[in-house]
Design a protein around this ligand. Sequence first.
Ligand code: ADP
Ligand code: ADP
Length: 230
Amino acid sequence: GVEIEFRSVTKKYPGQDTPAIDNLSLTVPAGDICCLVGPSGGGKTTAMKLINRLIDFNEGEILIGGNGVRDVDITTLRRDIGYVIQQVGLFPHMTIESNIGVVPRLLGWSADRIKARAVELLDLVRLDQNFAKRYPSQLSGGQQQRVGLARALAVDPPVMLMDEPFGALDPITRNEIQDEFLKLQSEIAKTVIFVTHDIDEAIKMGDKIAVLRQGGVLAQYGTADELLGS
Ligand code: ADP
Ligand code: ADP
């Protein structure tokens, strides 16, 4: 992983009176999972989209491994950042293997290399190899989310942005996939920002927890023990 740093970042959407993110400074050390929690509308999703430049900020700077996100080209950002969202967002007309290959294709990997990588990734996320040729609609929600995770990990990016990744799953499946991700993370050591509504999930998943107040102000940042005062 690499360090992610927000340096006095402000984002105001056009037509909004108050910024969605107001002067946010936050450093996530390389290899940590930082859980981002806070009220709905607190700017969590906005913060994620600013990092991967789906949207741009007004003031400040966001650095990944010391490089400003505005200074690297979009293809490099797509290579360096895996993005996982609650809605998964697999392409319905594409097989699982093709879905997993989206970013590798963008980077010009050969078909053989993508096929070989898909085999590794299905193993990594504990899906049977015969899923490769299936379509998303033939998979359960939990299986689709595993594919989402595989797709995000395809080119082995140092950074993972996970926006309520397990929020749509039933409690048992969620618990399972949380455990699997933590196990995986102990091997791959990505720098992870993990958005969740669920404080129990934040305590379980996060090396540190960042609480964003309404208006995208950092209210608290620390380990679960520090924040809960135990
Ligand atoms: P969270 O993820 O914490 O629920 P968001 O980042 O989605 O918060 O939203 C933060 C604030 O920005 C909210 O007030 C929301 O209404 C506003 N917002 C989000 N997206 C847009 C947009 N595309 N245009 C205008 N306002 C937006
Ligand atoms: P080449 O493109 O010449 O094969 P590399 O194998 O070094 O060069 O790959 C270039 C980039 O692709 C590197 O950033 C590397 O981390 C990444 N990469 C290579 N092989 C894999 C793989 N099997 N899985 C994920 N990422 C890979």
